[in-house]
Ligand binder design. Structure first.
Ligand SMILES: Cc1cc2nc3c(=O)[nH]c(=O)nc-3n(C[C@H](O)[C@H](O)[C@H](O)COP(=O)(O)OP(=O)(O)OC[C@H]3O[C@@H](n4cnc5c(N)ncnc54)[C@H](O)[C@@H]3O)c2cc1C
Length: 503
């Protein structure tokens, strides 16, 4: 065995880095092992990033890790441009929308403020270990009590409203409050992006509140991008690990988690090298960690069944278009750096895309969000409802068909765009699965839905970060509270390990 560490972190995704930083700052000798040749996981590097819009980092984590607050959260809020079927896009910043009628502007501001308050109350649980089913510790009960108190503080009417809508669907809520159109489309995208649910699916108000919880944590319901973008965030996180004495090795894939007398004992790399540590945190997805890296020989039959049955088929593809010269919008004006462009003209359009994907087909008119990097001259598109299990598979033809339908929608808003494309690239959920060890290529490493949330995340019996083999913890998006670039699962998992004594 080479070296000896207090803790090994498998994967240098942003959650792995956050977990490593928390442990290293508590004096643990930490080693992070990353299969790819760069750190950051899906945040990637300048050549390619799966997640181009990292505005969900919890400010509490940034504070705790003493990341440069000003650099990470001092940048200007993200503006969303919501494109309808014609006319200029609506412009949305937090609870303000322009480009629609005065009544909708007013109704939206009220709805946004109300959902923001409710999201803040639920958001308390984001940095808490979920309570165990049947046996909850004092700390876990305190977390629940804090959330209950926050909900109580909403007042009777609003608390009742929250309990009424929380498990219902975004379609009904948004239709009632603002009617269908590009504004509802943009909100319904937030409710469904990354998951296998359409706006009519039950539980999509909860997933909308999940997204809003990270925005609300900035105080005004704003999305705020780190200054310097994803690169600055990745660098700040990896510097945080190394400045606390942690080591990071890239280009080294873990092949096996070593177990000695029912305890985690370290890892074996694909090269055959073995490294000892009594504590192993895995940033890989739950299925990869448990079924591949740990191995079923260490798990009981029922646990294996639940793990295999966990829903984790990804629905999202990434497309990059290199652009020689970005044309102007049909409605006038230019796309600016950091803007989020949402192409979901109605909730109806989102539901129709979902219907196709449910049966393994690509939608005729995909719904997607995009952002334009003015320095790299690259348009990064995140296309929803492109199923992992595509009928006929992810052939080159299927990828071209997806790129063409996305480009057709873009061309309507940006005439001349298609002839300005110099190169393009499509990464399907299958490519994401292969490239990042995330089962199903799933955004959250496992579907974020009512039966895979809180004490049921990633699945019943595997919640609270601790795995059946002592000393082994899940610290990635598959664990509570789920994906997005929040850092919360990494933070919570490291704290759970420290509470257990750190070994
Ligand atoms: C198409 C798409 C677009 C997205 N866009 C956004 C966005 O704009 N904003 C946002 O907030 N979220 C976005 N997300 C979601 C976000 O990317 C994920 O939720 C987040 O990256 C999860 O972070 P993580 O650290 O848990 O895991 P990951 O980022 O998946 O990192 C896991 C790391 O573990 C490594 N690893 C796995 N197995 C091994 C092994 N055996 N040995 C060593 N290393 C290993 C992987 O290489 C990887 O680096 C997007 C997701 C997808 C699929």
């Amino acid at each position: 065995m080479s070296g000896r560490y207090d803790a090994i972190i498998i994967g240098a995704g942003h959650n792995g880095l956050v977990g490593a930083a928390v442990l290293a700052r508590k004096g643990k000798k930490v080693l992070v092992l990353e299969a790819r040749d760069h750190v950051g996981g899906m945040l990637g590097d300048a050549s390619f990033r799966v997640a181009p819009l990292p505005y969900a980092l919890r400010p509490e984590i940034a504070r705790m890790l003493q990341l440069d607050q000003k650099r990470l959260h001092g940048a200007k809020p993200v503006e969303t441009l919501a494109f309808g079927s014609d006319g200029p896009p609506l412009r949305i910043i937090g609870g303000q929308v322009t480009g629609t009628d005065a009544i909708t502007e007013h109704d939206y501001a009220i709805l946004h403020a109300r959902l923001g308050r409710q999201a803040r109350a639920l958001g308390v649980m984001m940095l808490q270990s979920p309570p165990g089913l049947g046996k909850a510790s004092l700390g876990e009960m305190a977390g629940l009590a804090k959330m209950a108190l926050k909900m109580r503080l909403l007042g009777k009417t609003e608390m009742r409203d929250l309990l009424r809508i929380i498990l219902s669907n975004a379609w009904d809520l948004l239709n009632d409050e603002i009617g269908d159109g590009p504004l509802a489309g943009a909100l319904a995208m937030d409710a469904t992006l990354g998951g296998a649910m359409g706006p009519r699916s039950p539980g999509t108000v909860l997933t909308l509140l999940y997204r809003m919880a990270s925005q609300s944590s900035h105080g005004h319901g704003l999305r705020v991008m780190p200054e310097g973008g994803p690169d600055a965030l990745v660098k700040a996180l990896s510097d945080c690990v190394t400045s606390a004495g942690g080591e990071i090795r890239t280009g080294v894939a873990v092949e096996k988690i070593l177990v000695d007398q029912d305890r985690a004992a370290g890892v074996r790399l694909q090269s055959g090298e073995e490294i000892a540590a009594p504590l192993v945190l895995s940033n890989a997805s739950p299925k990869t960690t448990l079924l591949t890296l740990l191995g079923v020989e260490h798990l009981d039959g029922e646990f294996i069944r639940r793990c295999r049955n966990m829903a984790s088929k990804g629905m999202v593809s990434r497309l990059d278009f290199d652009i020689a010269q970005m044309p102007s919008l049909r409605s006038g004006g230019k796309i600016e750096q950091g803007q989020r462009l949402v192409f979901a003209p109605t909730m109806q359009a989102i539901e129709a895309s979902f219907n196709a994907a449910k049966y393994g087909d690509l939608p005729e008119r995909p719904v997607f969000e995009a952002t334009y990097d003015t320095t790299a001259k690259r348009l990064c598109v995140t296309a929803q409802f492109t199923p992992h299990d595509l009928k006929g598979g992810w052939t080159d033809d299927a990828k071209s068909a997806l790129a063409s339908s996305v480009m057709a929608a873009l061309e309507e808003a940006l005439p001349g765009l298609s002839s300005a494309v110099t190169a393009s690239r499509v990464m399907s959920p299958v490519d994401i699965e292969t490239g990042y060890g995330a089962s199903g290529g799933h955004w959250h490493h496992g579907e974020l839905r009512v039966d895979q949330l809180l004490m049921l995340r990633p699945f019943d019996g595997a919640a609270q970060y601790r795995m059946p083999v002592k000393g082994l913890y899940l610290c990635g998006a598959g664990a509570h509270p789920g994906g997005d670039i929040s850092g919360a699962p990494g933070f919570n998992a490291a704290r759970a390990a420290l509470r257990d004594g750190g070994h």
